[in-house]
Write a protein that binds this ligand. Structure first.
Ligand code: GLT
Ligand code: MN
Ligand code: MN
Length: 393
């Protein structure tokens, strides 16, 4: 009997792809497509061939071209729906393309032109209805064009206000139409704008609290986006988790300081990928894991499938490494050793403020030199982690 591949993905893993990711034809700013453009139904069939995929996500115009006639749109939806059914693939998330068309050259919700802003809200409402037709539950907002090249061109405070106005409107729309969406905001520091507003996940966590319906809103952090700016992605995701705001996540990879690469998950920073996987596993994240990446420009259809399969496989391999880390006796002994007891008198007094606690803590003799001399075997712990990752442990 053939043994089961322990790293084979299954729909339970909640892995998703986008029509725009596996369907990416390989164009870049310096050259045209290197692969044919597949129809939405063909993309779903490709994912079906890969196997183990839970869902496929789309922008309004990935599914229905912006200038499609009603008849064309009807046919596309029919074909797409049939493909979803025959491949047993769901649509968990939808979003709006508010960046490709020239009308958005200076932003959508933050454009200086009030009519462009109105068009962006209108386009989003229509796209929200389209997403709902296919059962999407999460609605992503990535402000690709929300930003500036020169701050002479836009008041940055007004930009935030305009953004808030649009989101409040759309939250109200979702509620009034009973669409039941969870909104997930995706930050990015730059590209395609010189400077984008809401550059990090943390920016959005603060922004959400200023909205009319913060309970509907969370974040969709993307591995490559904080990484582009040289930041620690895992820490951003941790803060979102702590706030109960990790509604969705975009997995891919990126070298620090390069152009927006959207590489296959796990292909560059596999140590950071491991810590991300550990974080989501330890904190029992059950949301979608969306691979927001594209295959290399050299890839043909077979290689696109290899890219999709590889993305999921890398996650599964890392999950196995996490399990090994969490049951490795030597590693766990070190983890316990470095997390010092909370039972000591000083620690207890500093746990919760009361006037009495504070008074006692103030009076308590604490030997800082003794504390400073305590051992922190971090070199050993990190080396053991590396050995585990490199497969010799
Ligand atoms: C675009 C972007 C992604 C966003 C997508 C959602 S579109 O591909 O680079 O990071 O998640 O709008
Ligand atoms: Mn990206
Ligand atoms: Mn993304």
């Amino acid at each position: 009997m053939p043994t089961r591949d322990p790293f084979a993905p299954s729909p339970d893993d909640r892995f998703t792809f986008g029509l725009w990711t596996v369907g990416n034809p390989g164009a870049d700013p310096f050259g045209g497509p290197t692969r044919p453009r597949y129809t939405p139904a063909q993309i779903v069939d490709l994912l079906g061939e890969v196997g183990g995929v839970y869902g496929v996500n789309f922008h309004d115009n990935d599914l229905i071209p912006i200038d499609a006639t009603d008849a064309e749109s009807k046919q596309i939806k029919k074909d797409f729906r049939a493909a979803l059914r025959r491949n047993q693939i769901k649509v968990p998330m939808a979003t709006t393309n508010l960046f490709s068309d020239p009308v958005f050259k200076d932003g959508a919700f933050t454009s200086n032109d009030a009519e462009v802003r109105a068009y962006a809200v209108q386009k989003t409402m229509k796209a929200m209805l389209l997403g709902k037709e296919f059962g999407a539950k999460t609605y992503v907002f990535w402000g690709g064009r929300e930003g500036t090249e020169s701050d002479a061109t836009k008041d940055p405070v007004v930009a935030v206000q305009r953004f808030r106005e649009a989101i409040n409107y759309l939250c109200a729309f979702s509620r009034s139409e009973k669409l039941n969406y969870k909104f997930a905001f995706e930050a990015k520091p730059n590209e395609p704008r010189g400077h984008m507003y809401m550059a990090t996940t943390g920016n959005y966590l603060a922004f959400i609290e200023t909205l009319d319906h913060p309970e509907m809103c969370g974040v969709n952090p993307e591995f490559a986006h904080e990484t582009m700016a040289g930041l620690n992605f895992v820490h951003h995701v941790a803060q979102a988790l702590d706030a109960g705001k990790l509604f969705h996540i975009d997995l891919n990879d990126q070298e620090i300081g390069r152009y927006d690469q959207d590489f296959r998950f796990g292909s560059v920073n596999y140590k950071a990928a491991f810590f991300l996987c550990k974080l989501l596993t330890d904190y029992n994240y059950r949301g979608m894991k969306h691979f927001d990446s594209h295959a290399y420009r050299q890839a043909d259809r077979g290689e696109v499938k290899a890219f999709a399969a590889g993305s999921m496989r890398s996650w599964k391999i890392l999950e196995d490494k996490v399990a090994r880390f969490n049951r490795d006796r030597t590693i766990q002994k070190l983890v316990r050793q470095i997390n010092r007891s909370e039972k000591a008198a000083a620690a207890k007094l500093a746990k919760r403020f009361t006037k009495t606690n504070a008074k006692q803590l103030m009076a308590l003799p604490i030997d800082k030199d003794k504390l400073a001399a305590r051992k922190l075997p971090y070199e050993t712990l990190d080396q053991l982690t590396m050995e585990l990752l490199l497969g010799v442990r």
